[in-house]
Design a protein around this ligand. Structure first.
Ligand SMILES: *[C@@H]1O[C@H](CO)[C@@H](O)[C@H](O)[C@H]1NC(C)=O
Ligand SMILES: *[C@@H]1O[C@H](CO)[C@@H](O)[C@H](O)[C@H]1NC(C)=O
Ligand SMILES: *[C@@H]1O[C@H](CO)[C@@H](O)[C@H](O)[C@H]1NC(C)=O
Ligand SMILES: *[C@@H]1O[C@H](CO)[C@@H](O)[C@H](O)[C@H]1NC(C)=O
Length: 649
């Protein structure tokens, strides 16, 4: 439009020697704005100004004035633009132009440093052109502010007509403020401009088509406009996960799905595997917002391990494209970092230059990449990963090394998988290895003529230990020389007349422990209450009874403690019924007691079966543990009533 006005200016300039007169047209009944010097006046200082005069008599306007001073301190800037329309404060505004407004206007610019310059305008009045009317290709007038909705690839035509007979009237189309089409005279008294768009693209969305009718230079043209509406399928549906498909099991994570360029805004649904995720469902939170081009749905998801390798799908639904699916799909990778399964802190007895092996077991998903082993001196070794057969998420790693002089203190094992490094390490203590510690044994009298010895093992010194028991008489004759891995012995046919000494010790590959000597003759006789009435107590039984009397309580306490451990072990085994490979290569059930119970059957010595927990699966909240003392082969209470004791834990 500016171009047109400038062309009009240059055509209508009348050259005179001192001033130039320009003829400009204004429309009757509407506002007109007269430019001073084509709107390009530059005032060269605070004392320069512009004066407007009409017919060289009437003073109309001065710039700057109090009003414009207030608005703009800067004298260089009198053109203020507000969006598409600019206003020039040096121009002269004529409100609702009437017949009396025609005539000669003079704009005089008083410069500070140079002579003043005059611009003279001859304002001629013209009649308003007709208001533009817009029609579609079928000839129907479009009265709404929009046109469509259109779909991609369609064609459309917009026709603009203006009733006007004045020769200088211009009718033209603007699209988003750019002139695209001029009118030509259709038939007498009607100007017509046509816009035809083929193969409509996305660019037509919200395009602003405006038809203008203009026959004046200083009056705004008349116009009519429409905005193109379209239905558009999404250009893109994208699940945004920052290239990280790893979800920590059970940990909520926000997933955004962005749908671009879908009109009208889509509804978005999420699917995990075959399940539609609903906002109301457990651990699913949805949040959606729409911003012009973009619709974003935010999902907060806390997937479980079962959801791993399932597809998470974001689907955009546009009601106008019912038959097409717009979606993005990712495959979830759910897992967690390794967790230590070696619960008990193990003490490893190490000897310099003697190969040591230790195994670390973790629960992890997915498989760990490696295990690291850190010694107290910060030395770190790495080992490879082995799957534990029969368990889905269990992995182990074994370190075999030659201990050095400084290898004492903590040894920490940590596994690392794609979800990170194990937080709490599996921890071991390295101590100087050697022979085992001596066992702690109690002696029980058994019926009849039988001696029971139960030994609690001490630390094994780093190698598998065996408990040995030797019973020798005063003259040095060896009555018994037996060994057992569990440390439980039952010795029949012990003759009370002999002055016997029991010697217990433990041994491993590194040697023997100190001896634990028990002088059996020092045991005091027990009152005969435990013996049945019809058979008078035989004298030899006295010291054994004494042994039973003084040791029964200790044994009961020890057995009770063992029972508690066994119960605990069983309870732990219920949730974790698995064997854990141990450093010595054998399998090891926690705690030791349970394992030793199994071993008993394979020992050729009849070993203790006294301490056995019954009722451990009873419904009672307090499981009872029954300890039978001195009644080895009598599970029924009545067969051995005198010596039966029950303890409840
Ligand atoms: C329509 O335009 C698209 C690109 O916007 C083009 O790929 C397609 O070939 C065009 N169709 C016709 C019929 O011109
Ligand atoms: C909408 O997004 C597309 C793709 O990012 C872009 O090409 C287009 O210009 C955007 N349109 C608008 C109106 O922002
Ligand atoms: C008992 O047997 C072991 C070997 O089995 C032997 O070394 C030890 O000397 C024996 N003890 C006695 C007192 O004979
Ligand atoms: C039994 O033998 C020990 C040494 O083995 C001895 O000290 C004790 O006096 C003896 N007792 C009897 C009653 O012979």
């Amino acid at each position: 439009m500016l171009v047109i006005v400038v062309i009009l200016f240059s055509l209508k300039y009348i050259s005179t020697i001192d001033t130039e007169m320009v003829v400009l047209r204004a429309v009757r009944g509407r506002d007109a704005r007269l430019p001073c010097g084509q709107g390009r006046v530059f005032l060269d200082g605070p004392d320069s100004y512009v004066l407007w005069l009409k017919n060289d008599r009437d003073f109309l306007y001065r710039f700057p004035n109090d009003d414009t001073e207030r608005r703009s301190i800067n004298h260089d800037q009198f053109t203020t633009c507000d969006g598409a329309s600019c206003r020039d404060d040096t121009s002269l505004l004529l409100k609702r132009v009437g017949e009396e407004d025609g005539g000669v206007y003079r704009c005089r610019v008083h410069y500070q440093a140079s002579p003043s310059v005059d611009y003279v305008i001859d304002v001629r009045l013209v009649d308003s052109p007709g208001t533009p009317r817009i029609y579609d290709e079928r000839g129907e007038e479009i009265k709404r502010a929009y046109f469509g909705p259109l779909s991609l690839g369609s064609d459309f035509t917009l026709v603009c007509e203006v009733d006007d007979e004045q020769p200088d009237t211009l009718v033209y189309w603007r699209r988003n403020n750019e002139v695209i089409e001029r009118a030509h005279s259709a038939h007498a008294g009607v100007l017509r401009a046509e816009v035809r768009v083929l193969n409509v693209s996305r660019a037509e969305l919200d395009a602003h088509y405006e038809c203008l009718a203009q026959n004046a230079d200083v009056t705004e043209p008349l116009s009519a406009s429409v905005v193109v509406k379209m239905y558009l399928p999404p250009q893109k549906v994208e699940i945004r996960l920052n290239n990280n498909l790893d979800f920590e099991a059970g940990q909520p994570r926000v997933v955004d799905c962005v749908v671009v360029g879908c009109v009208p805004p889509p509804t978005i649904s999420w699917h995990l595997g075959d399940t539609l995720l609903r906002p109301s469902a457990h651990k699913v939170f949805l949040y959606e917002f729409h911003d012009g081009n973009y619709t974003v749905s935010s999902l907060t998801l806390a997937p479980s391990l079962r959801d791993s390798k399932h597809s998470l799908v974001c689907r955009a639904h546009n009601s106008h494209f019912d038959n097409v699916i717009f979606e993005d799909k990712v495959t979830l990778n759910v897992g967690y970092r390794p967790i230590c399964l070696t619960r008990r802190e193990e003490t490893l007895g190490v000897v310099q230059r003697e190969a040591e092996t230790v195994t670390c077991v973790v629960d992890a998903a997915p498989e760990p990449l490696q295990f690291s082993w850190t010694f107290a001196d910060s030395r770190t070794l790495y080992t490879s990963v082995k799957k534990v057969a029969g368990h889905e998420h269990r992995y182990s790693s074994t370190l075999t090394w030659l201990p050095r002089a400084g290898d004492v203190g903590a040894l920490l094992c940590r596994a690392t998988n794609p979800f990170g490094e194990q937080k709490r390490p599996c921890s071991y203590t390295l101590a100087p290895g050697g022979p085992p510690q001596p066992p702690d044994c109690v002696v029980l009298r058994a019926y009849p003529d039988t001696l029971r010895v139960q030994c609690k093992k001490g630390w094994d010194g780093g190698r598998h230990q065996i408990i040995h028991l030797e019973v020798v008489s005063a003259d040095g004759a060896v009555v018994y020389n037996v060994s057992d891995t569990a440390g439980h012995f039952q010795l029949p046919d012990v003759d009370e007349d002999r002055n016997l000494t029991a010697v217990a010790y433990a041994s491993n590959a590194r040697g023997r422990s100190e001896l634990n000597t028990i002088h059996l003759h020092t045991l005091k006789p027990l009152v005969a209450s435990v013996v049945t009435e019809d058979t008078p107590p035989r004298p030899w039984t006295r010291w054994l009874e004494a042994a039973a009397g003084s040791l029964a309580v200790a044994a009961a306490v020890a057995a009770t403690a063992l029972c508690i451990r066994a119960l605990k072990a069983r309870r732990e085994n219920v949730e974790n019924p698995d064997l854990v490979p141990r450093s010595d290569g054998s399998f090891h059930r926690e705690p030791d007691f349970a394992r030793e119970e199994r071993v008993l059957g394979t020992t050729n010595i009849t070993v203790n079966q006294l301490a056995a927990c019954q009722n451990q699966y009873s419904a009672s909240p307090v499981p009872s543990c029954r300890v039978l003392v001195g009644c080895a082969h009598a599970p029924a209470p009545e067969s051995c009533p005198a010596t039966q004791h029950s303890y409840y834990v």
